[in-house]
Design a protein around this ligand. Structure first.
Ligand code: NAD
Ligand code: ZN
Length: 364
């Protein structure tokens, strides 16, 4: 088992990564003094409930916890005020008090929702995340929690750090293939912004990762978390540095919005976005090799690198203008300057971005 601590002063917390480690959940909870006298609420989605909930509930009950469960529908639509209200109803009904702990069992959707329940219920209770997607290496670090508004994603939220996070590789084995690749897209992104050595490792271990080799997955998740945690510790409340984590996200978020959040998975949209950022980088003076390399790495992971033909360029441009990262009338872009190194560039002309988006449709 690997362990990493997210260093945030008194809000620091451990992340455990290993195969079959949910058996040790009682021990992990005890280390963090999770209260046994108040009920615990597990929030999960229907897919996870069918596969892994019994194991978690059993282990927690065995460790002496009083467990209540709330199951929500899978998918982004559960990150809504309506579902939040429903879950808070379940918390009240189950008698959760200020000393209670909320446990998220799931990927980023359940993590963000459950984290926001924990941040807001009785003005804040403790929160544990059992992360079940590769993508969650990202969402489980940094403390951003929240839900969507019909007009904007992640617009209602808070910063609320968990007490601990557990990644049991055994739970990842039931993930659909596309979700695996999509999660690896963002793992690779962590390397592309910060660590050329890790990018080289990903390159050498592409097959191991796609075959869900336990050691390879543990290493990839560990490194992804290490890099994100590093960036977040240096800039917890998102001033400047933390923005580098958004490599590929300006275009990627726009693609998700324009395609109605149901065609492209997040990591797929970010993959296309990272190719776009690399193309933009060339226009702003970076070497062409960055683009070639970025595209090769993503293709090897089976990720899309080309813009779907039917998406409208002007709609994509207009979605980008609504992005939270659109500051003072100019476009802000994370631009790769070498493999493993990026720069936040302000004042990028929209016209240049439009050219790149048009070209993204012609990628082979
Ligand atoms: N808080 C943050 O800092 C942060 C960062 C990145 C992303 N996010 C958020 O994370 C969300 C995306 O997270 P995600 O990609 O983990 O998606 P997700 O939670 O929706 O999970 C993807 C799908 O896989 C299923 N699933 C999850 N784990 C499974 C497993 N082990 N076996 C079988 N099926 C499983 C889910 O039911 C769902 O259908 C987005 O809402 C995004 O905004 C948040
Ligand atoms: Zn992302």
């Amino acid at each position: 088992m690997k362990q990493i601590t997210v260093e945030l002063g008194e809000r620091s917390y451990p992340i455990y990564i290993g195969e079959g480690i949910l058996d040790r959940i009682g021990e992990f909870f005890a280390e963090r003094s999770i209260n046994k006298h108040s009920p615990i609420l597990i929030i999960t989605d229907e897919n996870l409930a069918a596969q892994h909930l019994d194991n978690v509930t059993h282990n927690l009950k065995h460790a002496g916890y009083n467990v209540i469960v709330k199951i929500v529908p899978p998918g982004e639509r559960s990150k809504s005020l309506a579902v939040l209200e429903d879950v808070i109803g379940a918390a009240l009904h189950g008698g959760l008090d200020r000393q209670s702990t909320i446990v998220a069992l799931g990927g980023g959707v359940v993590g963000d929702l459950a984290g926001f329940v924990a941040a807001s219920y009785m003005r804040g209770v403790r929160f544990v995340q059992i992360a079940t997607t590769i993508q969650a290496h990202d969402s489980s670090v940094g403390g951003k929690v929240g839900v969507n508004h019909p007009f904007a994603k992640n617009i209602i939220g808070a910063f609320h750090q968990p007490e601990l996070v557990i990644f049991d590789i055994a739970t990842l084995r039931t993930l659909p293939d596309r979700e695996i690749r999509s999660g690896l897209s963002e793992v690779l992104k962590e390397g592309l912004i910060w660590d050329a050595e890790f990018v080289a490792w990903c390159d050498q271990n592409t097959d191991n990762l796609l075959e869900m080799n336990s050691d390879a997955l543990q290493h990839a998740i560990y490194e992804g978390i290490r890099i994100k945690a590093n960036v977040v510790s240096l800039d917890e409340r998102e001033n400047d540095l933390r923005a580098i984590l958004n490599l590929g996200h300006t275009i990627g978020h726009a693609l998700e919005a324009v395609s109605g959040y149901n065609e492209l998975l997040h990591g797929e949209a970010i993959s296309i976005g990272m190719v776009g950022a690399a193309k933009l980088a060339i226009r702003l003076g970076s070497p062409e090799s960055i683009y070639i390399e970025t595209k090769r790495l993503l293709s090897n992971l089976g990720l899309p690198t080309r813009l779907p033909e039917h998406l409208d360029i002007e709609e994509i441009m207009s979605a980008m203008m609504h992005d939270k990262k659109f500051k003072e009338g100019q476009m802000v872009f994370v631009i790769p300057i070498a493999i493993g190194s990026v720069e936040v560039r302000k004042g990028v002309p929209a016209e240049l971005v439009r050219e790149v988006v048009i070209e993204l449709k012609r990628e082979v």
